[in-house]
Design a protein around this ligand. Sequence first.
Ligand code: UP5
Ligand code: MG
Length: 204
Amino acid sequence: FDHSKVIVIYVLGGPGAGKGTQCARLVEDFDFCHLSAGDLLRAEQNREGSEFGNLIRTCIREGTIVPMEVTIRLLENAMTAALEERKARKNWENGAGRFLIDGFPRKMDQAIAFDEQVCLSSVTIYYSTTEEVMEKRLLERGKTSGREDDNIESIKKRFRTYHNDTMPVIEYYAQQGKIDSSKSIDEVHKVSSAVVNDVFEGKY
Ligand code: UP5
Ligand code: MG
């Protein structure tokens, strides 16, 4: 994808930090296409005939990272489909495609591969809060989410992977876009919108 025609914003943060919630709010304001790597993997896991179903299920339950070839291909396919869909729309004005890539890249090698093979990102938004807050939110969500990783054992493993593998990515990419996500959804949204506006004004 041509970086001058496609805006990619990485959205990172620990498990339960609020990535999905905030992306949904930003879609309402800015006409983004929101792609959650975790959601794409869960859909692939449940797709009949997928050769990766068992692998994905095990990784998600154990809180480990699915081999990047799988995730990058799913993201690339979803980006292509979204751009096609956009072009087919009558009111398409040839504007840039806008993507929020939620929960990816989770490891340094994935970040480098995506930058080189798919598209450069404009900025990384990093939702930062404490493990205590994240754990509380995930256990609460687990009562109804049906997610196989919203239990205390999986949550602890997800925290470990986040700390070991994803923090280096955040330290490398998220110099400007750090946002405290301990506050209310509305407050976090306000700060997030300001960062996105800065991206559109070319500040990053
Ligand atoms: N909530 C949100 N914001 C709140 C706020 N400000 N105040 C109060 N409550 C708030 O939010 C979580 C819960 O908190 C919700 O109930 C929400 O209402 C509430 P959510 O927005 O869903 O948080 P999010 O950060 O999206 O949490 P999620 O659990 O989705 O994060 P993970 O990063 O753990 O999950 P993801 O789906 O990205 O990945 C799952 C697994 O897939 C990974 O562990 C890994 O095994 C695999 N994966 C890969 O292998 N590679 C990838 O590239 C991506 C994923
Ligand atoms: Mg999520």
